[in-house]
Design a protein around this ligand. Sequence first.
Ligand code: NDP
Length: 326
Amino acid sequence: MPVPEDFAEAVLTLAEPAEGQAVVENLWLSVDPYMRECMDGDWELDTPLEGRSIGRVVESRSAELPIGSLVFHREGWRTHAVVSAAEVRVLPRYDGVATESFLGLLGGTGLTAYVGLTRIARLRAGETVYVSAAAGGVGTAAGRLARLLGAGRVVGSAGSPAKVRLLTEELGFDAAFDHRTGPSLHEQLGRVAPDGIDIYLDNVGGEHLEAAIGAMREHGRIAWCGAISQYSSGSAPAAPRNLFDLVEKSIRLEGFLVANYRQVQAELEEFLVPHLRAGHISDRLSVTEGFDRTVDAFLGMLRGENTGKSVVRLGRGDLESPCDTP
Ligand code: NDP
């Protein structure tokens, strides 16, 4: 597990924006499990860290980035950034939809869940869906999207009794179990899905994947999204040991990266915005206040302290919600 001492906060002078560039003041930062993997070599030492962010243009030398516009960009984990129009998305303003949704249901988190269910697992009406890390960002999105997309039964696993209650009492899961205590995952999954599962959205890998393969019906589909149980483990996982069940039960297992499905973003917004406006679904965010608590938010998320998508609110981010009408 990473520790706070792995990170340092630095004060740097921002470069003057060149022609075509703008200065963005960050309002919201995202902290994500993939960043743990970046710490194994992708992130360079002593350089500002990347990450999904939402900010407001405060100074501009670009006609495409007028002052005041809200933009999504990947220059995260900093208070300000100099960007060009090609590096950002100027966010649409949907009446009644909060800006920070573009880090949640309308962002990579929601898109991951939507792609996993519609493109990879190809969910059909009435099917039983199992989601692991179900109380997290992708998990809460997947559970509620599965319901909107017509799933029959939706079950999940999460890391505490409080999270299990949240899933079943507030987030529309039919049943859930605590993966950190109690009998084996295999037994607990059998209890919440006695007739087996058709679809598994896997956020955890390892023993969870093995239990899901064991509980899967014939012609089931596994959308393998992440393996958070192994990012900090330092060794290859022992499970799954039952991979040959894929053959015996004609199961399809497919891994995917949301980065390869950016073209589905417009469809996600078309599908979700009416549901968001109607209150059929709402963003579930774990908000940490203040830039200097970004590392705390990241480490807390890895430990499971978040429910819903983990984000950091900087300064005046609260003034940006909800969005204005276009
Ligand atoms: P989450 O909000 O789900 O936060 C991570 C959660 O993982 C924690 O809250 C914790 O919940 C759970 N967790 C931590 N350690 C373990 C463990 N050892 N066993 C089981 N659960 C654990 O993060 P995200 O929603 O952002 O990401 C979820 C998964 O989706 C990750 O694996 C991530 O890498 C993946 N992902 C993949 C993408 C892709 O393109 N394929 C895109 C985005 C995310 P709890 O208390 O319940 O244990």
